[in-house]
Design a protein around this ligand. Structure first.
Ligand code: PLP
Length: 365
């Protein structure tokens, strides 16, 4: 069969290894596996969400409310915007898909950071567009601006705080960058880790309401997969000006978010205490990893997220050796070799999980 030529250039996305794989391949019992590979919330989701789901199981046979009004109103309230500015997605991934399909034609370009979330490029590739990556590890907006002028991309993706490095932009720097971008260029600000970032440093906080009122070409995205512990429910959202959101609605399949996911997300927004407790624990535990890296003389990136990326150039093992050794013991981390880095990304776990991981790292590195 002749597939679209665009597919030849698209790599298949490699997700973090699932617990099931370790159970299957190494015979480790599932409750012993420590999975710190996909930046999930180690505490799971709020108990309020679990209860709400249990009570709503009877709704499974029914199609969801396709207006997604409850969820959109809750998100609009949380972010200080209008429900007309919000679109729900099957993960924020689906919002990136809407963004790329709404403006890209074959031969167009997108601009992104050197090290960033790999799905932007995959969605752009599906539209036949080319990815230009800025030649830097940390976001460098001067280089972004140079490349923007040279390449005239249709979309610029900014991930702040950024996965897989963990760095974050100051809001002021981001805003002065955005002022220099034509309103004809879409800018996607992927804020999947924003809550973690602003907890560590309020200067990193970018608010959706301010962003979209100042810049009609900017789309803000966020997800329930990380801080709210709902990765398995596949739910995220985009916030943008009405015209943009209306265009996305034309690309949407009906019922694009499941009945129970919609409910889970709506209830999750109500449990602020659960989120605040997690944020506090995360930052405290993150600092333990940073301290560990410093005492070991390993370079790491100061992180504004729920993970830490440690470079292993000065270590006894390469990232692949470390990753494989720990995998066999039932500890799943993320090897960043496919990003061209000899580095390991570790999601910050619960204190007792981190005790085990830090102890193993201490002995192996
Ligand atoms: C995890 C993550 C997302 C969220 O993906 P979902 O599709 O919402 O699960 C988006 N962007 C970045 C940078 C991420 O790390």
């Amino acid at each position: 069969m002749r597939f679209q030529p665009a597919l030849d250039k698209i790599p298949v996305y490699e997700a973090g290894k699932p617990i099931e794989l370790v159970v299957r391949e190494y015979g480790i019992s599932p409750e012993k596996v420590i999975k710190l590979a996909s930046n999930e919330n180690p505490y799971g989701a709020s108990p309020k969400v679990e209860n709400a789901i249990r009570e709503a199981v009877y709704k499974m046979p029914l199609y969801p409310d396709d207006s997604y009004r409850n969820l959109k109103e809750a998100l609009a309230k949380t972010h200080g915007v209008d429900a007309k500015n919000v679109i729900q997605g099957n993960g924020s991934d689906q919002i990136f898909d809407f963004a790329t399909r709404s403006v890209l034609n074959p031969g167009d370009k997108i601009l992104q950071n050197g090290k960033t979330f790999s799905m932007y490029s995959i969605y752009a590739g599906q539209c036949g567009a080319e990815t230009i990556s800025v030649d830097s590890v940390l976001h460098n907006l001067d280089l972004f601006l140079d490349s923007y002028k040279k390449n005239s991309p249709k979309i610029i993706f900014i991930c702040t705080p950024c996965n897989p490095i963990g760095d974050a932009l100051n809001k002021d720097d981001l805003f002065s960058f955005l002022e220099k971008i034509s309103p004809e260029t879409m800018v996607v600000v992927d804020a999947a880790y924003m809550e973690f970032g602003k907890t560590r440093d309020p200067k990193k906080e970018v608010q959706a309401s301010e962003l979209i009122s100042k810049f009609p070409n900017v789309l803000y995205t966020n997800t329930f997969s990380k801080i709210y512990g709902l990765g398995g429910m596949r739910i995220g959202y985009g916030i943008g000006n009405e015209e943009l959101i209306r265009a996305f609605y034309k690309l949407r399949a009906p019922f694009n978010v499941s009945q129970l996911s919609q409910l889970a997300a709506t209830v999750a927004l109500e449990d602020r205490k659960f989120v605040d407790d997690y944020l506090r624990s995360n930052l405290k535990e993150l600092l333990r990893y940073e301290e560990f890296a410093r005492t070991k003389g390993l370079s790491y990136f100061e992180s504004y997220t729920n993970f830490i990326t440690i470079e292993l150039d000065k270590a006894r093992l390469t990232s692949t050796q470390l990753f494989e050794t720990l995998l066999k013991e039932g500890i799943i981390l993320r090897n960043l070799k496919s990003y061209g880095l000899n580095a390991i990304r570790i999601t910050i776990g619960k204190p007792e999980q981190n005790d085990i991981v830090l102890d193993r790292l201490e002995k192996l590195l």
